[in-house]
Design a protein around this ligand. Structure first.
Ligand code: TYD
Length: 139
């Protein structure tokens, strides 16, 4: 876990409603996660060995949940680099603030769901690592 002003990378554990039929997780905006959800996308059909992401966001907040299979999330806040294994549908990775991220080691048939605080906006992306370092050094 890594916390510093304006930059957060943190695991969030969701309650599992389980019974003899199986399990269910419900995620409510502003109750179970700290933002309203404006967008949901998911990454699937992953090709072995592929690494993706390679960007930071200026202000977007996101929760990443690997609802099937597993994957690794590399994060870098400019000072601290972390690898987080996501392999539990009841755990999300909250990423807030300008954090460089790369997703990799997707298991076959893995599905990574992302809940995002804003609509898709290319101007919120920083896709060049050197520009990311420059951006956070100005903050
Ligand atoms: P991309 O940003 O390359 O994905 P990743 O961060 O996983 O490497 O996005 C792939 C394509 O999907 C790209 O053409 C942009 C588009 N896209 C949307 O249209 N809406 C979205 O919400 C996202 C995340 C991507």
């Amino acid at each position: 876990m890594n916390k510093c002003t304006g930059k957060i990378v943190q695991n969030v554990r969701f309650k599992i409603h389980g019974d003899e039929r199986g399990k269910l997780v419900a995620i409510q905006a502003k109750l179970d996660i700290p933002f309203e959800v404006k967008r949901v996308y998911y990454i699937f059909g992953n090709i072995p060995g592929v690494r993706r992401g390679f960007h930071a966001h200026k202000s977007l907040k996101q929760i990443l949940i690997c609802v099937s299979g597993s994957c690794e999330i590399f994060t870098d806040d400019g000072t601290q680099k972390n690898e987080t294994l996501l392999n539990d549908p009841s755990i999300g990775l909250l990423i807030e603030g300008p954090i460089w991220r790369e997703m990799h080691d997707f298991s076959p048939n893995s599905v990574l769901i992302v809940l995002a605080s804003e609509y898709y906006d290319e101007s919120d992306y920083i896709r060049d690592y050197n520009k990311f370092v420059e951006y956070i050094s100005r903050k």
